[in-house]
Design a protein around this ligand. Structure first.
Ligand SMILES: Nc1ncnc2c1ncn2[C@@H]1O[C@H](COP(=O)(O)OP(=O)(O)O)[C@@H](O)[C@H]1O
Ligand SMILES: [Mg+2]
Length: 223
């Protein structure tokens, strides 16, 4: 494992859970101190452009872009190439002394090569993780699986961010997670669903960031 880098690796329980939205909110909350990096981008999405547009923050070019909307290993095979972890780590060097906010593709055990998963990339980058989870049914299992996979590999979990309509029916989702998760892993932020047909404007993203992520960021001290 490389020396710990300053920042966070934003991972999640699945694809489409809000990793890009949370990454943009982190950039908005951290301002010039941070820079965003997407080690592997697959499919037509451009998370880097989305984060730049919403947050107004700094971004690095993606480490590798692959056209097939699939796990990096599969997308790389389809493109006749292979994913090199060392190249993905090199792509982060442009962060310099800034906090690196890296966003994974999909969840933690997504294969990058036949033998390596996103967990290996997190270890190689030397970043603590932030786990984004949905608030809907099924999230307890997905969150427990994700946190267990990270901790079993010696990776650090800075916290869980719940994204979506709050589930507060007693016993609340947060209380249930806190009872079931290891004591060192807590829900550090709850991000509500933004209403409307075009919910993601820079102004709304910044308001969301300051209301829901800044309080935790003030307590959080990167390694
Ligand atoms: N809190 C939220 N409110 C409204 N829309 C959201 C919210 N979180 C995510 N979305 C939308 O859901 C979709 C998936 O979110 P995204 O951040 O791209 O997920 P991921 O990066 O995990 O694939 C996007 O269209 C995003 O705009
Ligand atoms: Mg994304």
């Amino acid at each position: 494992m490389t020396a710990p880098r300053r920042g966070l690796f934003v991972t999640g329980t699945d694809t489409g859970v809000g990793k890009t939205l949370v990454s943009a909110a982190l950039l908005a909350a951290l301002g010039d101190a941070a820079v965003y990096y997407k080690p592997v981008q697959t499919g037509d999405d451009d998370d880097t452009a989305t984060v730049a547009r919403l947050s107004g923050g700094a971004t690095l070019p993606p480490g590798l872009s692959l056209p097939m909307p699939a796990a990096p290993y599969r997308a790389a095979l389809a493109a006749g190439t292979t994913v090199e972890l060392s190249a993905l780590v090199s792509g982060a060097h442009g962060a310099g002394d800034r906090l690196l906010v890296a966003e994974g593709a999909g969840g933690v055990l997504v294969p990058l090569t036949a033998r390596e998963t996103t967990c290996d990339l997190i270890a190689a980058l030397g970043l603590p993780t932030l786990v984004v989870a949905r608030t809907r049914l099924g999230t307890l299992n997905h969150t427990m699986l994700t946190v267990e996979a990270l901790l079993r590999r010696g990776l650090s979990v800075a916290g869980v961010v719940l994204n979506g309509p709050p589930d507060t029916t007693p016993p609340s989702l947060v209380d249930t997670l806190h009872a079931a998760l290891p004591a060192e892993v807590r829900v550090v932020a709850e991000v509500p669903e933004l209403p409307g047909d075009d919910p993601l404007t820079p102004a709304r993203l910044h308001a969301l960031a300051h209301a829901h992520l800044t309080p935790w960021i003030r307590r959080w001290r990167p390694a």
